[in-house]
Ligand binder design. Structure first.
Ligand code: GLU
Length: 513
């Protein structure tokens, strides 16, 4: 029988989720939904020293905002609960014991000083990467080197120890990565990783493998930074007797800074001029202890659909020209095979472009709703119909919802200044006279639709022996104060004939003075 596809997102709650983490969660989710499987959220909090309060809640809130739904997790529960590793602590010990019993792991009693001395010795001997491994373990204090009764006595006396994996000296470890193909690593490059710490907590490696096995995970999709750990994980599956159901691995490409000079990291915070976190994060500065705020996509006015569409394309493409994909489109189209091996560069213009597309595609009624609320905070009451007209007109100039309100200001406030460049070039006595005549006609015009206004304007201007092009910019400045903006005929239509006429008359008076 085919196994049900089960994937997991397994963040450590050490801080806010970075956009690379969101992308990992997204690809897992897309695969799960596409193949009718399950998406798990497992909190990997075995490293208590790195625990950051609020991070776990942040992760869940961020995934929810993105529309990444979790089937099994700490909130949802599920057949393999608990989904928080700190609550699973008693489960791991037996597997470490199993590895010891089968000769694949051992007790190590070395003190911090012993380890430092070993590193110093190896460094002095010019060993490039000093490690506790198949060679160096022979000189250390562990259950492979000490006499059996001494080991027994040490264990009984409650001496501090860790449990390490006994990595073979000469073996090729191979696995097939769904994105990278065959990965072959020689075991001499793998160190004897600690599986169980002296405080009785499992390390990431042991807990991760045990949980992936117990939770029946079929695909491990995670960031490239975990690729060096994968050979170790393959050994763990083998030694625990779980190789037949070992998940398939897929290591995602790195996310680079916009200039391609390195990995986009959490530490980049707001330094690069764009958020690296989905939601705003309130943290503490590690050095000063002062509160810090890092901006988030949500608070910066990005729509989750746009953010997700953008992220999906950082490392994946559908192989067609299509760029706009809803979550459902992504689910339908996504395949691991089309995830790229090469790193993806963050592109700030692209994420803004996506936001514009999604914002402008929203129904005017929805944009109007936003506009009404926003203007309300400024003490302005705007009827739905008018808000819809404004939204429809200004959305082409907006990247974020807040831009709608900014662009809408001209409808509620007469400008106190007039664009000087336009005035000096385009404003003169005949233009002012033509505009005054137009304002006069407008107050009694029967047709104040945008087309009606344009016809009237043309008629008045041509009646004065001028062309429309000679007055248009001056008219825009008279009505709005600015040299550029949305379609002028529509602006005048929404403002209404009386207000438009008054604004023109005012400009004519002021600019004549
Ligand atoms: N806890 C690891 C992390 O924080 C999970 C890595 C994995 O997916 O195996 O990314």
């Amino acid at each position: 029988m085919e196994r049900e596809v089960r994937v997991r997102f397994a963040p450590s709650p050490t801080g806010p989720l970075h956009i690379g983490g969101v992308r990992t969660a997204l690809y897992n989710y897309l695969l799960a939904r596409k193949l009718g499987g399950k998406m798990l959220l497992r909190i990997e909090d075995t490293d208590q020293n790195r625990f950051v309060p609020g991070a776990e809640q942040y992760i869940m809130d961020a995934l929810r905002w993105c529309g990444i739904e979790i089937d099994e997790g700490i909130e949802q529960g599920g057949p393999h609960a608990p989904y928080r590793q700190s609550e699973r602590k008693p489960m791991y010990r037996q597997y470490a014991q199993q590895l010891i019993d089968s000769g694949h792991a051992y007790y190590a009693f070395d003190t911090a000083e012993d380890l430092d001395a070993m590193r110093a010795r190896l460094t002095a001997a010019k060993v490039p990467n000093p490690q506790y491994n198949s060679i160096t373990r022979a000189q250390m204090r562990n259950s492979l080197t000490l006499p059996e009764d001494e080991v027994k006595q040490l264990l009984e006396s409650g001496a501090q120890y860790v449990i390490r994996l006994k990595v073979p000296r000469k073996e090729e470890i191979r696995f097939n990565d769904l994105i990278r193909g065959w990965v072959v690593v020689h075991s001499s490059a793998v160190d004897d990783k600690v599986l169980m710490k002296s405080d009785g907590m499992p390390t990431y490696h042991l807990a991760n493998i045990v949980d992936d096995h117990l939770m029946e995970i079929t695909h491990v999709i995670r960031g490239e930074e975990w690729l060096p750990s994968a050979p170790l994980h393959v050994l763990l599956y083998r030694y625990l007797g779980w190789e037949a159901t070992m998940p398939q691995f897929a290591h995602l490409p790195l996310l680079l800074k916009p200039d391609g000079t390195g990995k986009l990291s959490k530490r980049d915070g707001d330094k690069l001029g764009f958020p690296v976190f989905p939601l705003e994060w309130h943290g503490t500065d590690a050095e000063t202890g002062q509160p810090t705020v890092s901006s988030g996509y949500r608070e910066s006015g990005y729509l989750p659909e746009a953010f997700i569409n953008f992220l999906a394309f950082l490392g994946w493409n559908p192989g067609t020209q299509q760029e706009l994909f809803s979550m459902q489109d992504l689910i339908d189209t996504f395949t691991i095979e089309r995830v790229s091996k090469s790193p993806a560069r963050f592109d700030q213009n692209k994420v803004r472009w996506y936001n514009e597309q999604y914002l402008r595609a929203k129904p005017d009624a929805e944009l109007a709703h936003y506009l009404i609320q926003e203007l309300h905070t400024q003490g302005l009451a705007v009827p739905q119909e008018k808000a819809e007209q404004i939204a429809a007109l200004v959305k082409e100039r907006a990247t974020f919802p807040a831009d709608l309100a900014k662009e809408a200001q001209l409808f509620f406030q007469r400008s106190t200044t007039y664009d000087e460049q336009v005035i000096s070039k385009k404003w003169n006595a005949p233009v002012a006279a033509a505009l005054a005549a137009f304002a006069q006609e407008l107050t009694t015009a029967p047709d104040t639709t945008p087309d009606g206004i344009k016809a009237l304007l043309t008629q008045v201007v041509e009646g004065q022996g001028m062309k429309l092009g000679q007055v248009l910019q001056a008219l825009r400045v008279a009505v709005t104060g600015a040299a550029a903006g949305p379609d002028l005929m529509h602006i005048m239509h929404i403002l209404g004939a009386p207000e438009t006429a008054q604004r023109i008359q005012l400009a004519v008076e002021k600019l004549a003075a």
